[in-house]
Design a binder for this molecule. Structure first.
Ligand code: SF4
Ligand code: SF4
Length: 266
């Protein structure tokens, strides 16, 4: 069997519609022992991570903040599309005699008191930077040259010894601070993004909010008030988020960034 090359992988990914793709060596991604153990377990003898992105159409994001529903719906579609392409890539690697293990790009994550459900099996943003796909912006998002932060990242670990793509040292963040101005929670500052300020705003129907809601129900002494809360709007929103599988409600740091923005003519 012929040795698989980075060019073979890039050509294959282009044939399935992916234009943003790179290969990161494994070593810079092993930033702590948890990642190290994870990689050893899920892909013995891992050599690199193939990292790729699909793009978030800007006109959908431009409906935010007035109406974030099109963006919420699209986000799920992007993850489903990326997952499907990841499976295809895994099969492609296996046909060539190599392992190809998908890193979940969203959920599931490890639920432990150590990670607080906030850490993936690998840091895909770091992998994207190492593979030369872009740089980190003030918003802490990956800023790509052609689409700015309007991308979703996916990764497949492999034991194929692929040549890494060139790390791009250019900083695509122009320091315009538009993400700082647009952030409704004040989470973004010149020193980066504070997730503890972002999360309560961008995930109003996320797990901490559900826990808070249950605690409030527990304290309720009036049966009438209890039923009112149980059938109220907050519960409707929890139901919607759980049914859809997505609880992100804010896209302003992605929407506001001018890098790679299309200037619509009409
Ligand atoms: S998702 Fe919204 S709240 Fe969170 S950092 Fe981005 S703009 Fe701010
Ligand atoms: S909005 Fe401006 S400051 Fe924020 S990440 Fe984009 S380029 Fe950087």
């Amino acid at each position: 069997m012929q040795k698989l090359s980075t060019t073979n992988v890039v050509t294959y990914m282009k044939s399935v519609g992916i234009e943003i793709i790179g290969v990161s060596p494994i070593e810079p991604l092993l930033t702590d022992s948890r990642y190290q153990k994870n990689i050893e377990r899920i892909c013995p003898n891992a050599k690199c991570v193939i990292v790729f992105a699909n793009t978030f159409p800007q006109s959908i994001l431009d409906a935010c903040p007035e109406n974030a529903r099109p963006a919420r719906f699209t986000l799920e579609t992007l993850y489903a599309e990326g997952a499907e392409i990841s499976v295809k890539l895994s099969r492609f690697l296996e046909k060539n005699g190599y392992r190809g293990v998908i890193i979940p790009a969203y959920l599931p994550v490890e639920m432990s008191y150590k990670t607080l459900g906030l850490k993936g099996d690998l840091n895909l943003k770091l992998a994207a930077v190492e593979a030369g796909l872009g740089s980190r912006g003030i918003s802490d998002l990956l800023i790509t040259p052609n689409y700015g932060p309007r991308v979703r990242l996916f990764g497949v670990i492999t034991d194929a010894d692929l040549k890494p793509t060139l790390k791009n040292e250019k900083n695509y963040c122009t320091n315009c601070k538009m993400c700082i101005e647009a952030c409704p929670s004040g989470a973004i500052s010149e020193s980066g993004c504070n997730p503890t300020l972002c999360a309560p705003y961008s995930m109003k129907s996320g797990l901490p909010q559900i826990i808070r809601f249950i605690k409030e129900l527990e304290k309720e002494t009036s049966r009438k008030e209890l039923f009112k809360k149980l059938s109220g709007l907050e519960m409707w929103n929890f139901w919607q988020a759980l049914s859809q599988g997505s609880y992100y409600e804010c896209f302003m740091c992605i929407q506001s960034c001018p890098v790679g923005k299309i200037k619509f003519t009409k």
